[in-house]
Design a protein around this ligand. Structure first.
Ligand code: HEC
Length: 150
């Protein structure tokens, strides 16, 4: 009797676990939970950094090179096409798209570590600028949810 109760509760536990997991996945929001402070760091870039021009601006290969680097280093959190995931916000938001290349470069260089955005100062500067070129090439999308996410 005792054994069968143990076996039964063991079975329920074993069967219950995957169910709970699937439910959790379903409940997880596809989008990063942005709060009032998200993107605030871009506005905190010092004037000198904000005013810096992108030296790769006229390089026709910069966007493609930046896209490759983005796939390697950023898409895991921001999604391949920059729409954001549950880990990180969209980079197609107006706040990012209207920021100067210099401000984006500054955020990459310094990160927003306390909020989960890593520091990228170890990437060579030209590569950081290529990534900036790629981000800028994306353009802004309206804030309303878009079904075609990446
Ligand atoms: C480990 C996950 C992760 C990776 C990898 C990552 N980011 Fe982020 N990123 C974040 C998070 C989280 C935020 C939101 C920070 C906040 O709330 O201020 C963010 C914010 C940003 C912002 C907006 C700045 C702001 O004020 O919030 C930019 C621009 C950005 N990331 C670019 C990049 C680029 C480019 C790469 C690749 C070189 C990258 N990120 C890689 C997690 C990540």
């Amino acid at each position: 009797m005792k054994e069968s109760i143990i076996a039964l509760s063991l079975m329920t536990a074993l069967l219950g676990a995957p169910c709970a997991l699937a439910q959790h996945e379903k409940l997880a929001a596809p989008n990063h939970k942005a709060d009032a402070l998200v993107y605030a760091e871009l506005a905190r870039a010092p004037d000198k950094a904000t005013a810096k021009r992108n030296p790769m601006e006229k390089d026709p290969d910069a966007v493609a090179a930046g896209q490759n680097l983005f796939k390697q280093h950023c898409s895991e959190c921001h999604g391949n096409a920059g729409y954001g995931t549950e880990k990180a916000p969209s980079l197609r938001a107006e706040e990012v798209q209207s920021a100067t290349p210099g401000a984006i470069f500054w955020v990459l260089t310094n990160g927003v570590v306390r909020r989960g955005m890593p520091v990228w100062s170890k990437l060579p500067e030209p590569q950081r600028w290529q990534i900036v070129s790629f981000i800028k090439s994306l353009g802004a999308v309206p804030k309303t949810p878009d079904k075609k996410r990446d």
